[in-house]
Design a binder for this molecule. Sequence first.
Ligand code: DGL
Length: 259
Amino acid sequence: MKKQPIGIFDSGIGGTSIFKEVHTLLPNENIIYLADSKNAPYGNKSEEEILKLSIKNTELLINKGCKLIIVACNTATTNAINFLRENYNIPFIGIEPAIKPASLNSKSKSIGILATKGTLSSSLFHKTSGIYTKEINVIERIGEGLVPLIEAGKIDSDEIRDLLKTFIKPMLKADIDHLVLGCTHYPYLIPELRKLLPIYIKIIDSGLAVAKQTKAVLEDNNLQSDINSSPNIQFYTNGNIKILNAILDYGFSTKHLDF
Ligand code: DGL
């Protein structure tokens, strides 16, 4: 079981931001990544549709022998992870907007959250937000349009810049000192966001936290890889392979697969 791969899935290429953290922290782990780009964005779909897609991705990864699955998508985590944990007999790691550290560390008592509609409207998000933001002013914005542009390879584009300016305007007005990135596609926008935000505003993404949690869960379940050779890392996309390769920038094995 220890040699079996870790499975990672996302609605597309965004979860590669999580993959990079996981691979850096756990360089001996075999990994299979599924980019469900054909069905992106998940963010505007119903809870039922998101659950159906999450089940499809999970079963494919389990059939490929995965010992643990990282749901590298806030939208899929907030809408489906409880079901997945209850129905499949392997550990699942999810990702949710990091509201807790942002709220606890905020001095201006005002934070911004950029996430998908599916995440911001989920009951799991409301529950977490309700616990940690009682005395915090939270400016939520749906990053409408960002995921399709990133999936189309347009990270460095005027369209993205214009959207980001619109989304952060009310946040700046509300004097936020933390911006939580609640979608795994958004870390690729940090260079652009940094140009638009004053230096004192901290941008929080949860990639490293997910990698640390994965390590802890592997250790708790005695599932850490014991291989000494280079790991086998495979990426599958049902979308555009060139765009996946461009974002990976490492030369891993990438294949097209209909799923
Ligand atoms: N990466 C997904 C997330 O973290 C993007 C959602 C989407 O496809 O809309 O939420």
